[in-house]
Design a binder for this molecule. Structure first.
Ligand code: GTP
Ligand code: MG
Length: 360
């Protein structure tokens, strides 16, 4: 190192350890020592961009688009009653079976209300699950923000609201637990306004608030009514046919079944036998499982579904694409792997640090 620094210094070029050299300078200096610099990899074209483009074009043209059911994410502070509200809507009993009564993963369910489907995503309210709340908000069309009327606006209420705002989706506030003697709807509304800037409609603002009791069922119909109303205004569309794509909201490694991914289909039809890619994991759909644990043959836009068949657990942020064949899916996953490695490797940086250059 010091020899090169000295040599260059003698030529009037001042180099410092840690300095980043341009490719040109690197070549220049290397040639003085009879070395050649080889760039291992030029920036290649991202093959995912071509995939995305075909969907984007369809959305731009708009002619093939049709309505799809809304995807509604239920968010809010821990214990404010999200799972109980969803149980009430689904006539199920998830909340009671949860360990410590705390939701620890994302659950996705579809219900049909007067012939209209709604997909619900439940999220945990415990502060440790920020990431899951962020993910839930990204995959959704509408957020139902649950605020317990006996507790008011709390830290994760604020956090959840911020995720919804970032995702730029409409918010419906469900003021829950109104059956409790210490429930204070007015105080909750005041806090919504002062802490979140969400001024209720009946106070002259434009925030939809619905008083509800997930326990007694009072107001639950109104929540559903508002969801259908808001989703009509939001004009939620999809490409109904062709290769599916969807967003992964949860994934894990199952001892018996291997990598499992829960996704919400956004476009197209996802079928058993389809070749899929999600980031660096590839595969073929061996089975599709709906929320009731039933095997289904295909899934349509806004359907929540579990895929068995990925070769590794896909990232929860990733988008699943159906592609023509296994080669394509492998090539795309390889590309993603390469990108990941690139981020770690030094050989590919266009700028080379002096020490790295010298240790080559
Ligand atoms: P996390 O998922 O852990 O954030 O909680 P959660 O928001 O899903 O709350 P959950 O539905 O598990 O309810 C928490 C507790 O509040 C449970 O004991 C419920 O029975 C109770 N609860 C939920 N809704 C109501 C309600 O409307 N009234 C009353 N009185 N209790 C309720
Ligand atoms: Mg819950």
């Amino acid at each position: 190192i010091s020899k090169i620094i000295k040599d260059q210094f003698m030529k009037g070029i001042i180099l410092r350890p840690g300095q980043i050299l341009s490719m040109e300078d690197t070549r220049n200096i290397a040639s003085q020592y009879g070395w050649e610099i080889e760039l291992i990899q030029e920036d290649e074209i991202n093959p995912f961009e071509r995939l995305v483009e075909s969907y984007q074009n369809a959305y731009r043209e708009g002619t093939r688009l049709v309505q799809r059911p809304p995807v509604v994410t239920v968010m809010g502070h821990v214990d404010h009653g999200k799972t109980t509200l969803l149980d009430r809507i689904r006539k199920a009993k998830v909340a009671e079976g949860e360990i410590g009564g705390i939701t620890q993963s994302i659950g996705a369910y579809q219900v049909e209300i007067r012939g209209k489907k709604i997909t619900f995503i439940d999220t945990p309210g415990h502060e440790a699950f920020t990431e899951m709340r962020a993910r839930g908000a990204q995959a959704t069309d509408i957020v139902v923000l649950v605020v317990a009327a006996d507790d008011g606006v709390m830290p994760q209420t604020i956090e959840a609201y911020n995720h919804a705002k970032t995702a730029n989706v409409p918010i419906i506030v469900a003021i829950n637990k109104i059956d409790k003697p210490n429930a204070n709807i007015d105080l909750t509304k005041q806090q919504l306004a002062s802490k979140l800037g969400l001024v209720p409609e009946d106070w002259g603002g434009d925030t939809v608030t619905v008083p509800v009791s997930a326990k007694t069922g009072k107001g639950v119909e109104d929540v559903l009514e508002m969801i259908l109303l808001v989703s009509e205004v939001a004009d939620i569309k999809c490409i109904p046919q062709g290769h599916a794509r969807g967003i992964i909201i949860d994934s894990k490694l199952d001892k018996a079944m291997g990598p499992l991914a829960t996704l919400v289909v956004k476009d197209g039809v996802l079928k058993v036998g389809d070749y899929v890619v999600a980031g660096s994991s590839a595969g073929r759909v061996k089975a599709l499982i709906n929320e009731n644990g039933k095997r289904i043959k295909e899934a349509h836009p806004s359907d929540p579904v579990q895929i068995i068949g990925f070769d590794e657990v896909p990232d929860v942020h990733s988008i699943v694409y159906v592609v023509d064949d296994l080669d394509t899916s492998r090539a795309l996953s390889q590309y993603s792997k390469g990108q990941l490695q690139k981020e770690k490797s030094v050989t590919n940086r266009r700028h080379v640090r002096l020490e790295e250059f010298l240790s080559m």
